[in-house]
Design a protein around this ligand. Sequence first.
Ligand code: PMP
Length: 355
Amino acid sequence: MKKVHNFSAGPGILPELVIKQAAAAVLNFDNLNMSILEISHRSKNYVTVMDNARQVVKDLLLLDDNYEVFFLGGGASLQFAMVPYNLLGTKAAYINTGVWSTKAIKEAKIIGNVEVIASSEDKNFSYIPKNYTIPTDADYLHITSNNTIFGTQFKEFPKSPIPLVCDMSSDIFSRPIDGKQFALIYAGAQKNMGPAGCTMVAVRKDVLGKTERKMLSMLDYAVHIKAESMYNTPPVYPVYVSMLTMQYVQANGGLELMEKLNNAKAQLLYNEIDRNGLFTGTVAKEDRSVMNVNFIMNNSTNEDAFNKIWKDAGVSGLPGHRDVGGYRASIYNAMPIDSVQVLVDVMKLAEQKLG
Ligand code: PMP
């Protein structure tokens, strides 16, 4: 089979070994002569999977025993609602850096009082706001670490006097971070963590139980913590494949190596965008995402010809988000630098033919 260079924004590329292990477990999980798809989530073998998946998150994010980790369905989008539902008493502060932050803000406003303390909407979300004051009377500050659609990324996180909450869906495990600077981290699995179908939540226990709200069980973090992420049937297979992916990262150089490789890939691609007269990067240089690289063609009449060139080279998933246009190369952890080189070569070829 001809190798596809998969630049999809998510669900995105996963390590080849993980795909093989995941496929094998569909046929025979843990030598039980049963498929992972037909095994009880209460079986000893699967409880071990869930325990391991929760533990590897803690290991990678350097979380201590003050934190609980669990996996839910409903996508990162459900967390837009569950975060304020569980944490918002008086007021919440949000920084708006794009479509996903905007959606998080919309849900929080349904639950309670929201103050948007900074936004980059004035310049089509092409930068990360730098100057803002964090209100000390808010219950938490919510940020989106990586703006998947527009391609910006927090390089440093706010030093927050109030609990910091982060949607890390599109850059989790891409670099070493001390997770303890956050009160809550959530991430949909389908980029660096695993396949679509589960969302990881890591929460510091002291921020829970502070609102007067009467809680629906399925939306109550405390319920999921008490049940050790098994209050109801969890997304069995997505959690399993996420566990494999995280263990793969842990066993292959950890987040330090991921950061080194991710920086090398991003630099290779951004250098070509900046060098090649056919293309322009669309966001502020200092805020450029290491995961989602956005660019446009300076002359849009060249797009059809460029599209043919990259498709012929086996490149896939390059068109920008439907709301933004242009191009977006998502270069998640599992993307080999060789595939990024293929894209760079394609851009050089386009320059020769069209420049
Ligand atoms: N937050 C971010 C940063 C995202 O990139 C996405 C989409 N992948 C979401 C939230 C929404 O995730 P989901 O589709 O899992 O609800």
